[in-house]
Design a protein around this ligand. Structure first.
Ligand SMILES: Nc1ncnc2c1ncn2[C@@H]1O[C@H](COP(=O)(O)OP(=O)(O)OP(=O)(O)O)[C@@H](O)[C@H]1O
Length: 313
C-alpha cells in the first residue's frame, strides 16, 4: 500500500519577521513518486523541507507520515527522513569514502555492510575515482555528489533533496535522476527542490510551484503535458518589420509582436490550429515568411506566466 506524507495547514513565521515564510501549505506526498518543488528565491521551499525533517518548527499546522506526527515528535522525523541540504556537507580533511562510511555507521550498519554499501554507491554514481580525495580537494559538483551519496547510500523512507544536480556534469545528472527513479520504484517518497525546469519535465512525476510561501500549482506531469499539448506556440518570422506590420492577422488568434525577432507569436488552442495553419500557409504562399516554428508551451513559459500572475495580485 502507498505510504503518505501529509502536510496540513503548514505555516511558518520566523522570529521578528513580519511575513510568513510559508502559509497554509496543504500537500500529500506518496511513496513511488518523484515530486519536485520549484519557485523563485525566497518562495519558502527550503523552509518546508526543514519543517519536514524537524530543523524548523512550524508556527502552525501538522506533518504526519502514516499517522505519526513529525511536529510533536521530531525524533520520529529524523528516523524516517534523510535530507540532502542545499549547502555542501563539511568535508574538509575527510575523504569522500570516509564521509559516506560515517553516515552509514550513524545509521547503525555493521562494518561489513558499511564497506559493501559504500563500494556500491561509489560505483553506481561513477565517482569511485575520487573515493580517497579529501573534501577540500573535490570540485563543487563532486562535493554535491558526495552529499547525494551520503543521503541515498542507506535511504530513509522519505528523501528530501535541495538542488541535488547543481554544479553536476550532464552525465552524472542523469545518473542522479535515474537513481532517484530506482528509489521511488522501491517505495520511497522523493521530494526534490530544483530550479531546473528541463530536468523536471524530463524526470519528475509531479510539479509543485511555490511563490510567496504559497502553493501556486500542483500538477502530475502527465496531466500537464496533456494540457500543454492543447496549447501550442506558433512563431512566424518575417523578412522585414514593414512586411510584418502590414500583414492581415487572423482575428480569432491571440498574438504578440516580437520586434527583436521580427516575428508574430501566437498561443494556439487545439481548436484554433486549423485557422493558424491556414493563415501560415497563406503567408508562405505570398513569400512573406522567412521562418516559422510550432512547439508545445514549455514548463519554463508556464512558470513565468504563473509567477507574474501571482505577483500582480
Ligand atoms: N532562519 C531564518 N530566519 C528568518 N527568515 C528566514 C530564515 N530562513 C528563511 N527565511 C525567510 O523565509 C522566506 C523563505 O525562505 P526559504 O529559504 O524557505 O526560500 P527558498 O524558496 O528555499 O529560497 P531559495 O530558492 O533562495 O533557496 C524568505 O523570505 C527568507 O528570507
Amino acid at each position: 500500500m502507498s505510504k503518505q506524507l501529509v502536510l496540513h495547514s503548514l505555516s511558518k513565521k520566523y522570529n521578528k519577521s513580519e511575513k510568513f515564510a510559508n502559509k497554509n501549505i496543504n500537500l500529500t506526498f506518496f511513496s513511488g513518486e518523484i515530486s519536485t518543488i520549484t519557485g523563485h528565491n525566497g518562495a519558502g521551499k527550503t523552509t518546508m523541507l526543514n519543517q519536514v525533517i524537524g530543523i524548523t518548527k512550524p508556527s502552525k499546522g501538522s506533518i504526519t507520515f502514516n499517522g505519526k506526527s513529525f511536529v510533536t515528535e521530531s525524533k520520529v522525523a529524523r528516523e524516517y527522513v534523510s535530507m540532502m541540504p542545499q549547502l555542501h556537507a563539511p568535508l574538509n580533511g575527510v575523504t569522500m569514502s570516509q564521509s559516506i562510511r560515517s553516515i552509514l555507521r550513524i545509521r547503525g550498519l555493521s562494518e561489513k555492510e558499511v564497506k559493501k554499501e559504500t563500494t556500491k554507491i561509489l560505483k553506481e554514481l561513477a565517482i569511485n575515482d575520487w573515493k580517497d580525495t579529501p573534501g577540500q580537494k573535490l570540485s563543487g559538483g563532486l562535493r554535491r555528489l558526495t552529499s547525494f551519496a551520503m543521503t541515498v547510500a542507506y535511504p530513509a523512507p522519505i528523501l528530501l533533496l535541495d538542488e541535488p544536480t547543481n554544479d553536476v556534469d550532464p552525465i552524472r545528472r542523469q545518473i542522479i535522476w535515474k537513481h532517484l527513479r530506482k528509489l521511488a520504484k522501491s517505495g520511497h517518497i522523493i521530494i526534490v527542490v530544483t530550479h531546473n525546469l528541463l530536468e523536471v519535465e524530463k524526470y519528475a512525476d509531479r510539479y509543485i510551484l511555490m511563490n510567496n510561501g504559497k502553493v501556486l500549482e500542483d500538477k502530475r506531469l502527465q496531466e500537464r503535458s496533456l494540457e500543454s499539448s492543447r496549447l501550442n506556440k506558433l512563431v512566424v518570422n518575417f523578412s522585414s518589420e514593414e512586411e510584418a506590420l502590414c500583414v492581415k492577422l487572423p482575428k480569432s488568434l491571440n498574438h504578440t509582436y516580437n520586434s527583436e525577432e521580427v516575428a508574430h507569436e501566437f498561443d494556439i488552442e487545439a481548436e484554433e490550429m486549423v485557422a493558424g495553419i491556414f493563415w501560415l500557409m497563406q503567408m508562405i504562399e505570398e513569400k512573406k515568411v522567412v521562418n516559422y516554428s510550432f512547439s508545445p508551451k514549455s514548463l519554463n513559459e508556464t512558470y513565468g506566466e504563473m509567477i507574474n500572475g501571482d505577483d500582480e495580485e
